[in-house]
Design a protein around this ligand. Structure first.
Ligand code: MF3
Ligand code: CO
Ligand code: CO
Length: 275
């Protein structure tokens, strides 16, 4: 279905062809990915009950500026914040606001930074104080689902293999995979081909080749998979108001497997984070 093109000689826009990147591009993605991961590490010390998501957003924006990066979401398709902050039954694209986070909340913080033109895109869950056991389970399953998806990445595998690894694991835990949003190619563009759907069948979809960059960012619900977007045009919530969680890494396909660009330098991969 898709054809592939040397990214270095392709126009920097969506062309329908999948860009294959060289060693210099991998170096750029390592810098962008590391900075995003450092930003998410920094936020571990910030996210606590009483803090507004607006404050988190401002601190992420300042972190970006202080490190010579640009938040990719700022003024992206009319979005006006540097992060997405998705609380409890919000699936994704929650807009930071003045409302304080509360004990027992779970929140996904999604940061995309542009460093020297390269996009690093990652999100993690954060837990506020004591959270319900079912929320802990959801977060565990979502993290494991993302990692199983990443482990399926290697040359010769397909996007369907990624989706299959995620879907079979999640559904065996009696949770559901959101269909309405997916991972995406990225690099010098924020959102490029191919889509990385988080459900699928082995061997289907797009063939993975060395030099591809994309995100894996499954959204997992405790209840049904269906979502609706609120009247602000962004905030996606579960239709049944069940809890939702997400993790996101930016990865590259190497000659032998996969490289994760957005690994936490502090080892702060998932909650519970050390106090
Ligand atoms: N960072 C999100 C992603 O993982 C995209 C957010 S776009 C925004 O692809 F406009 F909602 F910020
Ligand atoms: Co993304
Ligand atoms: Co993201």
């Amino acid at each position: 279905m898709h054809s592939y093109v040397d990214a270095a000689s392709a126009p920097v826009r969506k062309t329908g062809q999948i860009k294959l990147h060289n060693a210099e591009a991998f170096a750029g993605m390592r810098r962008a990915g590391r900075l995003v991961a450092e930003c998410l590490d920094m936020l571990v010390g910030v996210v606590r009950p009483g803090v507004a998501t607006e404050t988190i957003d401002r601190l992420a924006a300042e972190f970006a500026r202080d490190h010579g990066a640009l938040p990719a979401t700022l003024m992206y398709r009319g979005y006006r914040k540097s992060t997405c902050t998705s609380i409890n039954h919000v699936v994704c694209h929650g807009i930071p606001n003045e409302k304080p986070l509360r004990d027992g909340d779970i929140v996904n913080i999604d940061v995309t930074l542009i460093v020297d033109g390269w996009h690093g895109d990652s999100s993690r869950m954060y837990a506020l104080g004591e959270i319900p056991r079912r929320a802990e389970r959801l977060i565990e399953v979502t993290y494991e689902a993302m990692m199983r998806g990443i482990e399926a990445v290697k040359p010769g595998a397909s996007t369907g293999d990624i989706g299959h690894a995620i879907q079979t694991f999640v559904e065996a835990q009696h949770m559901s995979v959101v269909r309405d949003f997916c991972g995406h190619g990225l690099g010098r563009l924020f959102h490029d081909e191919p889509n990385i759907v988080h459900v699928g069948r082995p061997g289907e979809g797009t063939l993975l080749r060395p030099g591809m960059f994309f995100t894996i960012e499954p959204m997992i619900n405790l209840g049904r998979p269906h979502v609706k977007v609120l009247s602000d045009g962004w905030t996606a919530v579960t239709r049944d108001r069940s809890l939702s969680a997400q993790f996101e890494h930016t990865v590259g396909v190497t000659d032998t497997g996969v490289e994760i660009f957005t690994l936490s330098p502090g080892g702060l991969h998932k909650p519970p984070y050390p106090a």
